[in-house]
Ligand binder design. Structure first.
Ligand code: PLP
Length: 405
């Protein structure tokens, strides 16, 4: 059988448009495709592979657990799930954990929790959810409706009701919507898919205060920012604002599917037996790998290393920009960085990504105008330098080609 990109078109639902490159092996921050071509990975499976590919601690956690126990369902608990939950509780504001299999599912649990808490404590009228334009929370119908891109939620019939969207970093737009009817405000403490937008300190503190004034819960979607990505274990820790509910997924499993919702005992008590659940949630394989990933990331060496690597990326990208004048700014935090294209290259983030892949470095977009970087948190300095050199070569060719045409 010929396994190539055209087989995708033959047998797969066409909701993705994957690259023609088919990687078959990964090690650290390098990938190799079917033809043996080597790539430096600045994409990290969209901020998932926090320890690169095939990290020895994750490989041994997975293979050891695979010899012991794969699955039970939630009619029984298991040791890896309890150990990971204990670590999450011991290292964050949270006191209780719910396990899911993805970011969207963790958010679905958070949204159902805040609705149920509001119903129990204040009555059915307190159901409004405030979220943000350009926000992203997943692709289930509830989470995509809370997300701030109507293009993603339109066309699937009636949406879950009573969701309003304010403008990120605009506290007045939140004030205009919030009232005692508001059950929760949901936000990413650094917008990812929406273009790598940092919250201002006034905005994030102001939202917390508004929530407190109106008995609304504050939900932080840390699916992309969590588990070391910003150089803090969770982004909220660097903002001086603590949410009531936090969701985490992507990097939590380092490449194995897992998600979690974290909250307080006081709120968690509203999800009584039978209110919510998932067959695979808390799966022993996922939690064993998650535990190894969490413990490996949650060290001063790795977290401080993220900050050092951020500087390396910023210096390298600024040097590239001095040569080619393609970016307006490099923004984001830790190893979730965005290079925003200037007006000359507006809408061309995809061209940058394709040109980079051509030169042997994989990166991401965040909208049409931002080139996104979300590499391994432990990417070797040499790989950062080599990847940036390849990106430099890609931009040289792209700029020449665009200016010629
Ligand atoms: C990726 C992402 C999600 C969705 O996670 P899935 O695992 O794809 O369901 C939700 N929120 C944020 C902020 C994300 O970046």
């Amino acid at each position: 059988m010929h396994i190539n990109r055209s087989l995708f078109d033959e047998v797969m639902v066409p909701n993705y448009a994957p690259s023609p490159i088919i990687p078959v092996k990964g090690l650290g921050s390098r990938l190799w495709d079917q033809q043996g071509r080597e790539f430096i990975d600045f994409a990290g499976g969209i901020a998932v592979n926090c320890l690169g590919h095939c990290h020895p601690a994750l490989v041994s956690a997975l293979t050891e657990q695979a010899q012991k126990l794969w699955h039970l369902s939630n009619t029984m608990t298991n040791e890896p799930a309890l150990m990971l939950a204990k670590q999450l509780v011991d290292n964050t504001f949270a006191e209780k954990v719910y396990f899911a299999n993805s970011g969207a599912e963790a958010n679905e649990a958070a949204l159902k929790l805040v609705r149920r808490v509001a119903l129990n404590k204040f009555g059915a009228d307190k159901s409004q959810i405030i979220a943000f334009k350009q926000g992203f929370h997943g692709r289930t119908l509830f989470t995509v409706s809370v997300g701030g891109q109507p293009a993603y939620s339109d066309g699937f019939g009636p949406k879950p009701a009573d969701i309003d969207h304010a403008e990120y970093n605009n506290l007045d737009s939140v004030k205009a919507l919030i009232s005692d009817r508001t059950c929760a405000v949901v936000l990413e403490p650094l917008q990812g898919e929406g273009g790598i937008i940092n919250p201002t300190p006034e905005f994030i503190k102001g939202v917390r205060e508004l929530c407190d004034q109106h008995n609304a819960l504050l939900v932080f979607d840390e699916v992309q920012t969590g588990v070391g990505r910003t150089g803090e274990l969770y982004a909220y820790m660097g903002l001086g604002v603590t949410p009531d509910v936090l969701t985490t997924a992507k990097a939590l499993g380092g490449g194995f599917p897992i998600g979690a919702m974290l909250t307080t005992t006081e709120l968690a008590k509203h999800l009584v037996v039978g209110t919510h659940g998932s067959t695979y949630g808390g799966n022993p394989l996922a939690c064993a790998v998650g535990l190894a990933a969490f413990n490996t990331v949650n060290t001063p060496e790795v977290l401080d290393g993220v900050k050092a690597r951020e500087q390396l990326f910023r210096d390298g990208l600024n040097a590239i920009n001095d040569k080619y004048q393609v970016f307006t700014e490099v923004r984001g935090k830790g190893l979730l960085l965005g290079a925003a294209l200037n007006a000359d290259y507006a809408g061309k983030a995809r061209d940058f990504m394709l040109a980079a892949a051509e030169e042997g470095v994989l990166l991401l977009m965040a909208g049409q105008n931002v080139v996104r970087f979300a590499p391994s948190l432990i990417i070797p300095e040499a790989d950062v330098r080599e990847g940036l050199a390849r990106f430099d070569a890609a931009i040289a060719k792209l700029v020449a080609r665009l200016n010629a045409g």
